[in-house]
Design a protein around this ligand. Structure first.
Ligand code: GLN
Length: 522
């Protein structure tokens, strides 16, 4: 087998190479498993790999090709899937102890679609437990490290998927984004992350976090690759009542961007997104990217999203409320039971015996069933899941519902209105993806509020249901002189936020920028 430089591969190039018989799908899949075995021990992108089935899937593509069948753009493409998305017969843990032994009994809507395209699934990637977090440090199983600097986080919650793509351990990946979980790790790892319009992609078979915000989307090396994956997974699914095809014609241009029209888009820069607290490094890099796009003929305009400052308080009421209700189904009995004497810490058998004794002391006041729930959930959920279940139950409880939950929903409408007003003047909004670059492992784990602040620029998009594309700043010279805040040379990301159902516009603008700054990718 010829040496295949996986770092130069994109989905487009893979497809071409496959048709020209430069390599087979099997050879590429084997090459990725070789890399995973050699390097993922240090990075920790994957929770489980599924080599046997993946190699069979790849071989089937080679057979189809040999028989002269037409194959689509994703045939044989090795993908990594976040471990909160179900693939029949494979584990789906959501990085939680409570689902440690769960094996999915059906395929998620997106997986059905990718299987129809003959994509290859390399394995399931690490995440913050139930997708709650911004660093993948909340996984019950392991930390995912940033491939650019192993002392730093990969971002989260789709940290495993972002790291897999960045480290050439997968050609593309799926993640989920409730408040930034695709875009933030994409920015930290220097890859492309796309959060589609809410409803554009089915949530069937996605382990729910906050259903009114959750959205599955691609992580990839280029905006073009992200568009190819998005085009395959989007569309109405009868199993998700909130999914839709979108207005007629909104889809046509996803694979063939009309650059002449894209050049005429007017892009807004919100003043509230370039304030104190954003690192100098991020400001400089993002400004460089903005100037590049401007020099390519795109017009920029200052805009205001005046209620940005209420975003996090609104999000961190709505999310725990929905989390507390979605996580109620995990009782440790359905979806695979966790062991009765499961260890909660490294304390050993004696501690366990004492703990069970302590727990049993509760039994006079509890029914046997409640006691099981109490134990299973107490042991099965990690700290962040518990924090949100408790907060969520509180904000939904009678007496507090109006003061917190209802109020937060009203604020959500105001934030949505901000965007609607802005989109009267501009077609796309340009902003940093995160206030800083990838931070050190452990730096923010003891301070949940500092961790929540990472989401300040990504969360508004979810509250408003809009599409957003995070792209790495590609201009090399501008990056070298920097270093303030983060380690010199850590990736910086910026977002292109689009109007609802105008996903194709931001994907097109992203490609326009990439073709100018990273022509070798095309
Ligand atoms: N970091 C955010 C949170 O913890 C976003 C998570 C996500 O998008 N899944 O809620």
């Amino acid at each position: 087998m010829a040496h295949i430089p996986l770092q130069n591969l994109t989905i487009g190039k893979f497809h071409e190479g496959l048709l020209k018989k430069e390599f087979s799908a099997l050879e590429i899949a084997e090459a990725y498993f070789g890399e995973i075995k050699e390097r993922d021990g240090k990075i920790g992108a994957y929770l489980s790999a599924n080599e046997e089935e993946a190699l069979r899937q790849a071989e089937a593509v080679d057979v189809s090709l040999a028989e002269g069948d037409e194959i689509g753009l994703l045939a044989g493409v090795p993908l990594a899937i976040k471990d909160n998305i179900l693939i029949k017969g494979q584990p789906a843990t959501a990085a939680s102890k409570i689902l440690k032994n769960y094996v999915a009994s059906y395929d998620a809507g997106v997986i059905q679609k990718l299987k129809a395209e003959k994509a290859v699934f390399l394995g399931k990637t690490n995440l913050d437990e139930f997708a709650m977090g911004s660093s993948t440090e909340n996984s019950a199983f392991k930390i995912t490290r940033n491939p650019h600097d192993l002392e730093r986080v990969a971002g989260g919650s789709s940290g495993g998927s972002a790291a897999a793509v960045a480290a050439n351990l997968a050609l593309g990946a799926l993640g989920s984004d409730t408040g930034g979980s695709i875009r933030e790790p994409a920015a930290f790892c220097g890859v492309v992350g796309f959060k589609p319009t809410y409803g554009a992609v089915s949530r069937s078979g996605l382990i729910a976090m906050a259903s009114s915000l959750d959205q599955i989307g691609p992580l990839a090396k280029t905006a073009e690759d992200a568009a190819i994956i998005f085009n395959a997974i989007r569309g109405r699914d009868p199993l998700d009542a909130t999914s839709a095809d979108g207005p007629n014609g909104s889809d046509k241009k996803i694979l063939e961007p009309e650059f002449e029209k894209i050049k005429n888009l007017v892009v807004g820069v919100p003043e509230e997104y370039f304030v104190e607290g954003v690192s100098e490094e991020v400001k400089k890099c993002v400004e460089t990217a903005r100037k590049t796009i401007e020099s390519m003929g795109v017009k920029f305009k200052k805009i205001s999203l005046p209620h940005t400052k209420y975003t996090l308080s609104c999000y961190y009421i709505i999310v725990p409320a929905e989390v507390s209700s979605n996580l109620a189904r995990f009782d440790g009995i359905r979806y695979a039971r966790i062991a009765h004497n499961a260890r909660t810490n490294a304390g050993g058998t004696r501690n366990n015996a004492e703990k069970i004794q302590r727990d049993s002391a509760l039994s006079p006041r509890m029914s046997a069933l409640e006691e099981i729930y109490f134990r299973q959930r107490g042991r099965g959920f990690g700290a962040e899941a518990k924090r949100r279940i408790i907060l969520g139950t509180f904000v939904l409880s009678s007496g507090y519902y109006d003061a917190y939950y209802k109020k937060a929903q009203q604020v959500r409408s105001i934030i949505k209105n901000d965007f609607e007003n802005a989109f009267r003047d501009v077609d796309v909004i340009f902003a940093p993806t995160t206030p800083g670059t990838a931070f050190k492992i452990g730096e923010k784990t003891s301070d949940p509020l500092a961790m929540y602040l990472e989401d300040i620029f990504t969360v508004p998009v979810n509250l408003a249901g809009l599409p957003s594309l995070s792209l790495p700043v590609r201009e090399k010279p501008a990056r070298q002189s920097l270093g303030a805040g983060g380690k010199e040379g850590m990736p910086v990301g910026f977002q292109l936020i689009g109007r609802q159902w105008k996903d194709h516009e931001i994907l097109g603008l992203g490609q326009y920028y990439e073709r100018a700054t990273a022509p070798d990718l095309y």
